[in-house]
Design a protein around this ligand. Structure first.
Ligand code: PLP
Length: 724
C-alpha cells in the first residue's frame, strides 16, 4: 500500500496546479488538460475548458481527496515536471539564434489576441494569428512580450432569433475566473499607468496572460477614478464607433509603450500587428523629443525601432480617422509634442499636405517602420500595388513591403484524439520508424511532431497504414457529428422526446463532410456554393455517395449583408431539401473551429480573390487529414501543388466581381463533382479510399510542417527581429 501524501506534499501539488492553471501552456498540453478535465468533467465541458474555473468549482477538500487517489498525484507531478522543464529549458532555438533578444525583447502590439475559448477577446483570424504567434514565440524561447487590451465583455456571443437573424449578447468576462493575473507594482498594489485621451488623463490597470514562457499584457481602463465613458473604453472588441476606436488605439499604442517603460522593459523592436497599434510610434517620438531631440531626429530614431505587418487588402480593414477626430482625441497628448498638429496629421497621409485626406493608421505604420510585410506572397503583391503612392520614386515591385506567410500553432490546434493518435505513433517503439524518432528526439514528442521529418514519413505506409489513417478519419468525423448534434439540440431549445430522435439522426457519419467556418465577412462568400442549389441537392440526396455541409461563423454586429448570408444558410438548413445534410453551428469560436477542422473531410474556402490575405483555418485542417478545397488565394496558392488537396479555378481572377462569382461557383461545382466526390467514394473491397488517403498523406507531408507559426516566427526572427 502506498503511504498517503503529507499535508506539505499536498500543499505543494495544489500550489503547482494553481500556477499551471494560470499559464496557457496547458492549452497545448494534453496531459495537463486531462488533469483538469478529470477533476470536473462537466465543469470542464461547461466552463469553456478553463482550468481556473475548474479549480474554483472544486473545493479544497475535494482536491485534497483527489490527490490521494491512486495514481493521480503521480500524474500531477509528471505534468508539473514537464511544465517546469518547459519554462526553464536552457536550449531553445532562440538561445542559439537570437540570444540578444532575451535582454531586449520584441514587443508585439495587437488589438486582439485569440488564445483559447475561455478568454474570448478576439474577433477572428487576426487575433488567432496573434495568439499563435505568442505560443510559438514561447516554444522557440524568443525574448518577447505582447501588448493588447482586456475587453471585459470580449467579443459577442451569437444567438439566432426566430427569423434566423443573428443577434448579439455579451458575457462579462470575470477576470478572476479566467487564466490571467493582475499586474502589481513593487509594493504589491495594482500597477496603474496613465495615458492622455481627449482632454483627460485616463488611468489603466493591467492583466498578464502567461503564454508558456512569454507574458502578454492586457490594458484595462475600467477603474473607478475614470469617467464612465473612459471606463467603458475596453468593454468590447471593436465595439462602439470611430471615437471609441481611436481612443482604444491611443490606449493600446501610447499606453502600451508607457506600460513597458514602467515595467522596465526595453524592447529592441516594436512589432505592430496591423495598423491598430501604430500610435505607439507617436509615443516613441514624444519620448525622444522630451529627451531633447528635434522632431526630424526623433522620427529618424523611431523608424529603426519598428516593424509592421499589414493583414488585409480590404479597404475597410484600414482604420482612417478625420482630422477633427484626430484633433479631438489627441489634443492633450499632442501638447507634449512640440510640433504643429498639421505635421502629425501628415504622418498618416499619402499626401501630407492634403487636408481632405483622412489620417490612415496603415500609412502611419508604413512611414515609421524599418520593415513592413504582408502575410502571403500574393498579398505582398497586392499590398505593394495598394501602397505604391507612398513611394512615388519606386516601381511597384520595389515598394518596400515583403511577405511572411502566416501559420498556425500546430499543437494548439490539434484535436485531442489526433494528438493521441500521433503520440502513439511516436512512442510505439516496436515500430522501427517510431524508434527512429525516439533516438532523435528522446521523450520530447512535441519537438518530433513539429519537425518536418515526422510529417514527411506520412507518405510511408509502413509508418501509418491506410487502415489506421482511415480509422482516424472515421473517429474524427463521428466526433464532430456527435458534437454538432449536441450543439444543434441545445440551439433548438425545443427539447421534446421527438427532437432527441431527430437530432440523433442529423448528419451521416459515412458522408463526405464539407466544412466552412470563419467570419461572415461578405468577401468570403459563405453561400457561394448554394448558387448551384439544384445540383447541390442532387449531391446531397445521392444515397451511394452522400455529401453534407457544416457551417459556422459570426457576422460583425453592424454587417447586415453578412447577417443575410447567415440567415440564408440557416434557412436552407431548416426549410429546404438540404435539411438534415446542412447544419449551422451557432456561436463560432476556437473550440467550434477545432472540432470542425478535425472532423470535416474537406475545408471549403471561396473568398473573392485576392481579398483573403492569407487565411489560416485551412492550415488547422491538414494535421487531421482534412484537405483544402480552395480558391487560389492567400496561403493556398503557396501550399497547393496539385497532389495535396483541391483547387477551385486557376491562379488568376476576372476583374468584374459578378463575373468572378459566376466563374468561381461553376469551378467550385466542377471540382467537387469531377474530383472530390468520385475520389472520396472510390473504395476498395474493404471500403477504403486508397487514392483519397494518398492525397491526405501528401497534404500532411507538404503542408503541416510548412504552415506553422513555428516556421513563421523563425522567419520573423531571422528576417527582422534578430537584425537589430
Ligand atoms: C482560424 C480561425 C479564424 C480564421 O479563419 P480564416 O478562414 O482564416 O478566416 C477565425 N476565427 C476563428 C475562431 C478561428 O479559429
Amino acid at each position: 500500500m502506498k503511504k498517503p501524501l503529507t499535508g506539505a506534499e499536498l500543499n505543494e501539488l495544489i500550489a503547482g496546479l494553481n500556477k499551471l492553471s494560470r499559464n496557457l501552456w496547458w492549452s497545448w498540453n494534453q496531459e495537463a488538460q486531462d488533469l483538469f478535465q478529470r477533476l470536473s468533467p462537466r465543469g470542464w465541458q461547461n466552463l469553456w475548458h478553463n482550468p481556473v474555473a475548474v479549480l474554483r468549482e472544486v473545493s479544497e477538500y475535494e482536491l485534497r481527496v483527489h490527490l490521494q487517489e491512486l495514481g493521480f498525484a503521480d500524474r500531477v507531478r509528471s505534468v508539473l515536471r514537464d511544465f517546469n522543464n518547459y519554462l526553464n529549458d536552457p536550449k531553445t532555438w532562440c538561445h542559439q539564434h537570437a540570444p540578444k533578444l532575451h535582454k531586449n525583447p520584441v514587443a508585439y502590439f495587437s488589438a486582439e489576441f485569440g488564445f483559447h475559448e475561455s478568454l474570448p477577446i478576439s474577433a477572428g483570424g487576426l487575433g488567432i494569428l496573434a495568439g499563435d504567434h505568442a505560443k510559438s514565440a514561447s516554444d522557440l524561447g524568443l525574448g518577447f512580450v505582447g501588448v493588447g487590451l482586456f475587453y471585459r465583455e470580449g467579443y459577442f456571443q451569437q444567438a439566432i432569433d426566430t427569423n434566423n437573424w443573428q443577434t448579439e449578447y455579451y458575457n462579462p468576462v470575470d477576470p478572476h475566473n479566467v487564466p490571467i493575473e493582475p499586474v502589481l507594482d513593487v509594493n504589491g498594489d495594482r500597477l496603474i499607468c496613465t495615458v492622455e485621451i481627449g482632454l483627460n488623463a485616463v488611468d489603466f490597470q493591467v492583466w498578464r496572460v502567461n503564454v508558456g514562457r512569454v507574458p502578454i499584457y492586457l490594458l484595462d481602463t475600467n477603474l473607478p477614478e475614470n469617467e464612465q465613458h473612459f471606463r467603458d473604453l475596453t468593454t468590447r472588441v471593436y465595439g462602439g464607433d470611430s471615437t471609441t476606436r481611436i481612443m482604444q488605439e491611443i490606449l493600446l499604442g501610447i499606453g502600451g509603450v508607457r506600460l513597458l517603460r514602467t515595467l522596465g522593459i526595453e524592447p529592441s523592436t516594436f512589432h505592430m500587428n496591423e495598423g491598430h497599434a501604430a500610435f505607439l510610434t507617436l509615443e516613441l517620438i514624444r519620448e525622444k523629443m522630451a529627451a531633447g531631440k528635434t522632431y526630424a531626429e526623433a522620427q529618424a530614431l523611431t523608424k529603426p525601432e519598428c516593424i509592421f505587418t499589414t493583414h488585409t487588402p480590404v479597404e475597410a480593414g484600414h482604420d482612417r480617422f478625420s482630422a477633427e477626430l484626430m484633433n479631438y482625441a489627441l489634443q492633450r497628448f499632442s501638447t507634449q509634442l512640440p510640433v504643429p498638429f498639421k505635421q502629425l496629421l501628415g504622418l498618416g497621409r499619402v499626401k501630407p499636405d492634403d487636408e481632405h485626406e483622412p489620417f490612415c493608421m496603415t500609412v502611419l505604420a508604413l512611414k515609421l517602420s524599418r520593415a513592413a510585410n504582408a502575410v502571403s506572397a500574393l498579398h505582398g503583391e497586392v499590398s505593394r500595388h495598394m501602397w505604391q503612392a507612398l513611394y512615388p520614386d519606386k516601381k511597384q515591385d520595389e515598394v518596400p513591403i515583403g511577405h511572411i506567410t502566416n501559420g498556425i500553432h500546430l499543437l494548439g490546434w490539434m484535436k485531442g484524439s489526433a494528438r493521441q493518435f500521433w503520440r502513439k505513433k511516436l512512442t510505439d517503439i516496436g515500430n522501427g520508424e517510431a524508434k527512429f524518432f525516439h533516438d532523435k528526439f528522446g521523450d520530447d514528442w512535441a519537438a518530433a511532431v513539429n519537425h518536418a521529418e515526422f510529417w514527411e514519413k506520412m507518405t510511408d505506409p509502413n509508418f501509418v497504414s491506410d487502415e489506421e489513417l482511415w480509422a482516424l478519419r472515421y473517429k474524427l468525423r463521428r466526433e464532430l457529428i456527435e458534437y454538432a448534434r449536441r450543439r444543434l439540440l441545445e440551439q433548438s431549445q425545443r427539447v421534446t422526446q421527438g427532437d432527441y430522435v431527430r437530432f440523433d439522426r442529423l448528419l451521416n457519419p459515412d458522408a463526405l463532410t464539407i466544412g466552412f467556418a470563419r467570419r461572415f465577412a461578405t468577401y468570403k462568400r459563405a453561400p457561394l456554393i448554394f448558387q448551384q442549389f439544384e445540383n447541390i441537392v442532387k449531391l446531397v440526396k445521392d444515397k451511394q455517395r452522400p455529401v453534407q455541409f457544416i457551417y459556422a461563423g459570426k457576422a460583425h454586429p453592424r454587417d447586415d449583408a453578412g447577417k443575410r448570408f447567415i440567415q440564408q444558410i440557416i434557412h436552407l438548413s431548416k426549410h429546404s431539401e438540404l435539411t438534415g445534410s446542412l447544419v449551422f453551428i451557432e456561436n463560432y469560436d476556437i473550440h467550434v473551429a477545432r472540432q470542425m477542422v478535425a472532423g470535416c473531410d474537406i475545408w471549403l474556402n471561396n473568398p473573392r480573390r485576392p481579398l483573403e490575405a492569407s487565411g489560416t483555418s485551412g492550415m488547422k485542417a491538414s494535421c487531421h487529414g482534412c484537405m483544402g478545397f480552395s480558391i487560389m488565394d492567400g496561403w493556398w496558392r503557396e501550399g497547393y501543388d496539385g497532389t495535396n488537396g483541391f483547387a477551385i479555378g486557376p491562379d488568376a481572377h476576372p476583374d468584374n466581381v459578378e463575373e468572378q462569382d459566376r466563374v468561381d461557383s461553376a469551378n467550385l461545382y466542377q471540382t467537387l463533382t469531377e474530383q472530390v466526390v468520385p475520389m472520396f467514394f472510390n473504395r476498395d473491397v474493404n471500403g477504403i479510399p486508397r487514392e483519397w488517403l494518398k492525397r491526405i498523406r501528401r497534404s500532411m507531408a507538404t503542408l503541416v510542417p510548412q504552415f506553422t507559426t513555428d516556421r513563421m516566427v523563425k522567419e520573423y526572427t531571422t528576417k527582422y527581429y534578430a537584425s537589430r
